[in-house]
Design a protein around this ligand. Structure first.
Ligand code: EPS
Length: 392
């Protein structure tokens, strides 16, 4: 990968960070734009009390000068406002062992693992007595850093008019279907706090979240991510690790609580005959056109110029008031799983994170194909390539 990044930070730690390497010199990197993306992730009917505390905002610490990338690694930081309530429990240094401090730290210790979370396997793998040491990093709070990184990837894509969007397609069993080009209703999607497509679905989904919340349960759902104006020829058929569908699937599946990722018609392909699966090619006004996009813009691991269409499913969050049967680690006792403040539903936030992850994969593939030292060089190479393929 050329566009590489790592994140660090705990859910109730001081901050989240990311170091991003490979961004070409000369890209406009605007703090306001990154913050607007962070805000999109924070909105969401069904989110818990934490979102009322946080107002995510990024600090750019390196790699950007007067609003433009220099080609050097970019370091970003997002402060956790909730840190002020956790600075004793989560401090990186030893805290004074007063009775009050010890009592507080003990009260935040977790041994009752939550089925479905990283708690059990993580505590065993890292040999941790306090499951908080696993919970803090496995928390989806980390996705704020990914969205900030995704905003930087999107800033590169903007230069090539590549545009993405996402929407919530399903909450629990409530589904929405759209017949229109989703880009045409982008504003409508962005203007409701579930990021879904129409008023009727919105009201039904909201009702479902309220109902689930009342019972102390949680609910998941499905979302779509779509990118348009992606050129033909990103990714490759020649090696397994160059196939862009595989890279996208890994990137989206890596988001906390995502359980499936489909491209194009996805698993429906199993029951669809070849004649109805593959997108036929025609010539209209001297251009190659397709009337369907069942492939979701990718054939044999290479983008084919159609919209990239991804559907992913997010499971219901495993932190539940209606606690599940579980065990207390090291005590070998059956107990009720741990509960602390959490979200009832975070599908709309997950969709924004997935949009960011896909932007990262597409930006990386663009840089691999068109070089990445400077934006100017990248643009020249892009132009030459487009001229070349337009003659075919
Ligand atoms: C999360 C639990 C909740 C969420 C959090 C993810 O946090 P808390 O335990 O502090 O209430 O709100 O999500 C975020 C903080 C965020 O920014 O998305 C979890 O356990 O994954």
């Amino acid at each position: 990968m050329i566009f590489r990044f790592l994140t660090s930070g705990e859910s109730h730690g001081k901050c989240l960070n990311a170091v991003i390497d490979g961004v070409p010199a000369g890209v406009n990197i605007e703090k306001e734009y990154i913050n607007s993306e962070l805000e999109r992730r924070q909105i969401g009917y069904g989110r818990g009390g934490r979102m009322k505390i946080e107002k995510d905002s990024v600090e750019i610490l390196s790699g950007v000068r007067h609003g433009k990338s220099t080609g050097a690694p970019i370091c970003i930081e997002i402060k956790n406002k909730d840190w002020e309530n956790w600075n004793i429990t989560m401090n990186s240094e030893a805290v004074e062992d007063t009775e009050e401090n010890l009592k507080l730290i003990e009260s935040k210790k977790i041994i009752n693992v939550r089925p479905g979370h990283a708690d059990y396997a993580g505590a065993l793998k890292y040999n941790q007595k306090d499951v908080r040491n696993i919970l803090e990093r496995s928390s989806a709070r980390e996705t704020a850093a990914r969205v900030a990184v995704g905003a930087i990837a999107k800033s590169i894509l903007k230069e090539f008019k590549i545009e993405g969007m996402s929407y919530v397609e399903q909450i629990g069993e409530i589904k929405t279907t759209i017949t229109k080009d989703p880009f045409e209703i982008k504003e409508q999607i962005e203007s409701n706090d579930l990021r879904t497509t129409d008023k009727k679905s919105y009201e039904e989904m909201k009702k479902e979240i309220d109902r689930v919340k009342e019972t102390g349960d949680t609910v998941g759902g499905c979302f779509k991510v779509i990118y348009k104006n992606v050129p033909v020829g990103l990714g490759s058929h020649v090696q397994w690790d160059k196939k862009i569908d595989g890279l996208i699937a890994q990137a989206v599946m890596s988001i906390q609580a995502v359980k499936s990722v489909e491209i194009g018609i996805g698993k429906t392909a199993a029951e669809t005959l070849g004649s109805k699966t593959h997108d036929e090619i025609f010539i209209e006004n001297n251009r190659y056109v397709r009337k369907t996009n069942n492939a979701g813009g990718i054939e044999s691991g290479i983008t084919n110029g159609e919209n990239i269409v991804i559907t992913a499913a997010m499971k219901a969050i495993p932190t539940m008031k209606k606690a599940l049967n579980s065990i207390a680690l090291d005590k070998r006792e059956e107990v009720q799983a741990h509960f602390e403040r959490s979200d009832t539903c975070a599908v709309s936030a997950c969709a924004v994170t997935a949009e960011a992850m896909v932007a990262i994969i597409i930006a990386d593939a663009m840089m691999e194909k068109f070089s990445h030292d400077s934006l100017d060089e990248m643009k020249n190479n892009y132009k030459n390539y487009i001229n070349m393929i337009e003659k075919r």
